[in-house]
Design a protein around this ligand. Structure first.
Ligand code: HEC
Length: 121
């Protein structure tokens, strides 16, 4: 079924072109997944940041994720841009994130937003 395959490829390319302004690779379009984001946060970030709804950051210089997302002016776009631009990381973070990991992380982090900006406890 050559025609089906070609249609699929064209659709994938269109979605990639719409979704990404910078580098486009061969990967299929990826849906941000908050559950995946939570795993990444626990795995790669929780040694320094408080990544859940309660608790203090193990590294007192690392802002709790719930504080980041509940800060007035934090947007998913701004957060994703910050996380994508590895050059802006504090040197001690030393993490590398793929674009799809950033999207999932942001999807997870935005779930920590409490709406009333009150303590999440
Ligand atoms: C080794 C410790 C460490 C790890 C691991 C780490 N961070 Fe950080 N992070 C920091 C520190 C320290 C700061 C504060 C730097 C500063 O204020 O200049 C920070 C700042 C941030 C900020 C900005 C906070 C703010 O107040 O605006 C975000 C967002 C962030 N980190 C996300 C992450 C994510 C996502 C991960 C996991 C993929 C991660 N960090 C892993 C130490 C770490």
């Amino acid at each position: 079924m050559t025609s089906n395959r070609m249609t699929g490829a064209a659709t994938a390319m269109l979605l990639l072109a719409l979704g990404a302004c910078e580098t486009v690779d061969d990967e299929a379009p990826y849906e941000p997944n908050a559950s995946m984001g939570m795993l990444i946060a626990r795995d790669s970030c929780s040694s320094c940041h408080a990544v859940g709804g309660t608790g203090d950051s193990p590294n007192e210089d690392a802002t709790a994720f719930r504080e980041v997302v509940n800060r007035p002016g934090t947007t998913p776009e701004g957060l994703a841009t910050w996380l994508r631009d590895a050059h802006n990381y504090p040197i001690e973070m030393g993490v590398h994130l793929e674009p799809h990991q950033v999207d999932s992380l942001v999807a997870y982090m935005m779930r920590l937003e409490t709406g009333d900006h009150a303590s999440a406890r």
